[in-house]
Design a protein around this ligand. Structure first.
Ligand code: HEC
Length: 116
């Protein structure tokens, strides 16, 4: 093997490793959905859950739970449960019914990310 071929082998191995590492990293960031898309949709949740998904005092008649930082799959399961009526909160059911599976995953990814 001459010098040139050795160099080429190193380069190929190196770039394969880089691609592998960066795709692993990207997967971590996106969680179960697209957090950037979820952020745009979160405007309709902020009125009750707060701009950053933290617990709010509004409305004082009932407690609004903190959703920021909860595990994305747990959030998605909760939203699915409101959507199907397994969880019976009228305002959350109304909201969840309007969300697609993709919306649920993206919003869940977003709220998981902002809690970190
Ligand atoms: C009208 C006020 C209101 C809006 C708007 C609203 N929520 Fe909620 N949310 C609540 C309340 C109140 C609860 C607690 C309901 C219960 O006791 O089951 C809740 C519960 C939840 C839960 C379950 C949390 C847990 O710890 O069990 C999730 C997840 C959630 N909301 C996500 C969202 C998302 C995502 C949006 C926007 C698409 C949204 N909510 C919009 C009031 C609201």
């Amino acid at each position: 093997m001459n010098k040139f071929m050795k160099l080429r082998t190193y380069l190929i191995t190196g770039s394969t490793l880089l691609i592998f590492l960066s795709s692993a990293n990207a997967q971590n960031k996106t969680s179960i959905g697209d957090a950037n898309r979820g952020e745009k949709q979160s405007a309709m949740c902020a009125g009750c859950h707060g701009s950053y998904g933290y617990k709010t005092t509004f409305p004082e008649v009932y407690r609004v739970p903190q959703i920021a930082g909860q595990n994305a799959s747990a959030l998605a399961n909760a939203l699915e449960a409101y959507k199907t009526g397994q969880r019976k909160h009228p305002s959350m059911r109304g909201i969840a019914e309007s969300l697609t599976k993709q919306d649920i995953n993206d919003l869940s990814a977003y709220y998981e990310r902002i809690g970190q």
